[in-house]
Design a protein around this ligand. Sequence first.
Ligand code: FMN
Length: 193
Amino acid sequence: MKPTTDEIIKIKTPQLREDILDVLKLRFSPRVFLEEKINDEDIKKFFEAARISPSSSNRQPWFFYFAKNESGNYMKIINSLSPDNSWAKNAPLLIVGCFIGEDEKGPNKYAQYDLGQSVMSIVIQVNSIGYYCRQMGGFDKSKMAVNLNIMPPIFPWVVIAVGKIGDYQKADPALIEKDNRVRIRKADVAKEI
Ligand SMILES: Cc1cc2nc3c(=O)[nH]c(=O)nc-3n(C[C@H](O)[C@H](O)[C@H](O)COP(=O)(O)O)c2cc1C
């Protein structure tokens, strides 16, 4: 029998040892999304969150291209994904996160790190207003650059699928199999020294 979406959310909710922010507690990365559109006001908030995120020497080495599911560029993004990321075609919004490897100050060795921080800002903003997202590194980066006409020193590095969580009662069994699992985490990530 297929699980309900609430059952998926329950199995994904982590057993925490400490009380942390609700948005971090509730975040997880589903593969099943509703096709329902995201309104433009919410989309603007996602990128505002990215815009004010921290970066080494304030170089802000990130840029985001986004496409809604009715656009031609959306299909160009989908066509660059690895076959096992084909679930992303249900998401109403795809964001291509790019790092800027070089600017007027020269090469930027913190570019990918800082892109990651700005992506996490997007993720937190997305989840704090009721959407979910799943990031993907599984795509052909050269093909994406060609498909979207992205030139050095800007490099596509991650794709983020965004939308409301979907109905698992209607989902593909192969996706349910992947998502209906407890999240595994390392026991410890820090020690006092
Ligand atoms: C940089 C990055 C690349 C990822 N690439 C993929 C991917 O190609 N396909 C996919 O289904 N999930 C991908 N993920 C999602 C991770 O598998 C997921 O975040 C991880 O399993 C932890 O699960 P959680 O986000 O639900 O806590 C990626 C996540 C990150 C941060």
